[in-house]
Design a protein around this ligand. Structure first.
Ligand code: GTP
Ligand code: MG
Ligand code: ZN
Length: 318
């Protein structure tokens, strides 16, 4: 039976978008802007599967109204995409970050805190796999010396050459965050990045009414303090939503088939490798390694690829 039919037949059943998660409690907004606080039925909680929490921000769900403003979730509707990562402490468990997103703002900072290029590469491979348009935002440029700024620009160049849209900015530059506001029009955009890079600050600049909590960095290590603890989807304009998510430290790629296909330049050069199943490590006549030697492929990108390859091999040994 179609979702529309179910909703018509059972008037107490509604459809909505999950806009906030806190443990096993969820806030849901319907198309007519009604807000409900919902729970999972007990039997779902027991069914742990390999996912830490079965429902995430952006999920479309059917729920049963209990009483004024509260409900019980009955069903998750099919997702067009799901951003998850392997949980840090449980290698075979995944943690859902968001579902049904149209775009990602990958927020990074060259310093305070430092974002390693490998982190960028991992996220890009994953969003590319899902075909999610991703803009890389190099935030906090006001904190850099001229020399550091140059170093950051050489990193930005790598991604621009690959065709990724990039924006270098700081939070005090109104022009830049108005540009981001524009880029988020008519889309659901997930802000993803380490703790302390300024995700919530960017949201506050675009939509000050939400007053998302922000916090200073740890003075000694220049790392964020994991200020945003629960993800939330915030309506910026009609049909424009930003998802403020908790900072993530490592991004272990979930199992995606042929992940090397999502390193654009590696895929392109691999067509000329002598062996069809070349892994670009020790194999003779490898066009990818040749391109790395010629500097047509950035060494850092190749390194990221090799690290993921090693990680995948290791996990196969379990
Ligand atoms: N100088 C400077 N500080 C910034 C900039 N953007 C954010 N900050 C500061 O950096 C700190 C961390 O910013 P948040 O917005 O809390 O970072 P976050 O990415 O949301 O961090 P989590 O919620 O922990 O994941 C705050 O003190 C902000 O005021 C910037 O462009 N320049
Ligand atoms: Mg935050
Ligand atoms: Zn090769």
């Amino acid at each position: 039976m179609s979702t529309e039919k179910i909703i018509k037949l059972i008037p107490k059943i509604k459809q909505g978008t999950v806009v906030k998660t806190a443990g096993k409690e969820y806030d849901i907004i319907t198309a007519t802007n009604e807000r409900y606080h919902a729970f999972l039925p007990g039997k779902w909680r027991l069914k742990q599967d390999k996912v830490m929490h079965p429902i995430t921000i952006g999920d479309q769900v059917l729920f049963h109204i209990l009483k004024e403003g509260t409900g019980v979730i009955q069903k998750i509707l099919p997702r067009k995409n799901i951003i998850s990562r392997q949980a840090n402490h449980a290698p075979h468990t995944s943690q859902l970050l968001a579902a049904n997103i149209d775009q990602a703002f990958l927020v990074v900072s060259y310093l305070y805190p430092h974002t390693r290029v490998e982190f960028i590469d991992r996220i890009l491979a994953y969003t590319h796999y899902w075909n999610i348009h991703t803009i890389i935002i190099f935030n906090k440029t006001d904190l850099l010396t001229a020399k550091e700024d140059q170093k950051m620009k050489s990193i930005i160049k790598i991604y621009q050459n690959l065709g990724y849209p990039t924006i270098a900015m700081h939070i005090f530059d109104q022009k830049k965050w108005t540009l981001l506001e524009k880029k988020s029009e008519n889309k659901i955009t997930l802000l993803i990045g380490h703790s302390g890079v300024g995700k919530s600050s960017i949201i506050n600049a675009i939509a000050p009414t939400y007053k998302r909590a922000t916090n200073h960095l740890n003075k000694k290590f220049h790392t964020g303090k994991h200020t945003t603890t629960h993800a939330a989807m915030l309506k910026i304009k009609k049909n424009s939503f930003l998802i403020d998510a908790p900072g993530i430290k490592n991004f272990i790629l979930p199992t995606i088939p042929n992940y090397s296909d999502y390193f654009l330049e590696i895929k392109q050069y691999s067509l000329d490798c002598f062996y069809k199943n070349c892994q670009h490590k020790q194999e003779p006549k490898c066009a990818v390694r040749k391109a790395v030697q010629n500097k047509t492929i950035a060494y850092t990108r190749y390194q990221s690829y090799c690290h993921i390859l090693a990680e995948k091999k290791e996990s196969l040994q379990f």
